[in-house]
Ligand binder design. Structure first.
Ligand SMILES: [Zn+2]
Length: 320
């Protein structure tokens, strides 16, 4: 949850008031870092800050924990072995931990799991995964004069886009939008890797001319006034995926199809499972409306962006 009482919260961080520790977290839009309210690093301008109720909220919106105040260790209250793990993850953001790796260090995987669940409402594995993804929004930015990195024709620019249903990550090539996914999607990291593969590209956070249009159109969509999207798309996948995704684009706003209908639509009536799989591999959520495919019995079946969102999107579309 984003907290709105920003003047009072800003005053609390100016005062470094210890009684607010654990009560909220401060995220800095310009750096992608979040902090305890008492962080000793230089206090940013108020307009660059977002205030979150929990660490999970900040992480899910793409922020990384500050290395100075270490908000994940709860002002130093985390047990020693957990602190060591947090430190290792902070230093090596591509690190992977299996239970076995913890046991080798003499750390109980159950204890670690429980601590993360109790204190951050996340599993340990979720945390590592989120850190790896959020790390992609590093400080190097396209169009940032200080870092001076220039987009070449292969660069995919990524950004975060707030929506009423949580933060999305958008990607754009020079041709158009090539990704739109919810940040909390379990498969997000896989999708980012595929993006790099299909476009032979590195992902760099920054600004694309397509993002402004995407933002406006998404707002209109969520407000119920937009039924189709005009922002250019750059769709790349296997041949089969591309056929399935094109068929998704043909499902009108407010309508639903079954996986069987979709298999028939691509003249491959037996490929129901493969169609379902390719649906799940869709990287441009909402615009390529994979949420409009439901089970034969009308059931809400799997949706990478979570079932409650699928239900909400369909309700939104049926109302308008
Ligand atoms: Zn800090």
């Amino acid at each position: 949850m984003i907290l709105k009482d920003t003047d009072a919260l800003y005053q609390a961080i100016v005062d470094k008031d210890k009684k607010f520790e654990g009560k909220f977290y401060t995220a800095v839009k310009t750096t992608g870092i979040f902090c305890n309210p008492t962080c000793t690093a230089k206090i940013p301008k108020q307009e660059n800050l977002v205030f979150y109720k929990t660490t999970k909220d900040a992480l899910m919106d793409g922020y990384r924990p500050c290395k100075v105040c270490k908000p994940m260790s709860l002002s130093g209250k985390a047990p020693g072995d957990v602190k060591i793990l947090l430190q290792e993850i902070a230093e090596n953001t591509t690190i992977k931990f299996k239970d076995y790796d913890l046991v080798k260090r003499g750390i109980s995987p159950d204890k670690v799991r429980k601590w993360f669940q109790d204190n951050h409402d996340l599993t340990f594995q979720d945390y590592i995964r989120i850190i790896r993804v959020n790390h992609r929004f590093g400080t190097t930015k396209i169009g940032d004069s200080k870092n001076g990195k220039k987009a070449d024709k292969n660069t995919i620019v990524i950004t975060k886009i707030p929506t009423p249903f949580g933060t999305m990550i958008a990607g754009a090539s020079t041709q158009g939008i090539c990704m739109l996914e919810f940040m909390d999607r379990r498969m997000l990291e896989t999708q980012l890797n595929r993006l790099e593969k299909y476009y032979s590209s590195n992902l760099v956070s920054g600004i694309s001319p397509f993002f402004a249009q995407l933002n406006i159109e998404l707002q209109e969509y969520f407000g119920g006034s937009r039924k189709t999207f005009d922002v250019p798309l750059d769709i790349k996948g296997t041949q089969f995926q591309e056929i399935v995704w094109e068929a998704l684009l043909a499902i009108p706003y407010g309508k639903t199809n079954s996986y069987q209908d979709q298999a028939i639509a691509i003249n491959n009536p037996k490929a129901v499972r493969a169609v379902a799989k390719a649906n799940g591999d869709n990287r441009i959520g909402i615009i390529i409306p994979c949420h409009r495919v439901i089970g034969k019995d009308g059931k809400m079946t799997g949706y990478g962006g979570k079932i409650w969102r699928k239900e909400y999107l369909l309700k939104l579309e049926s109302k308008a």
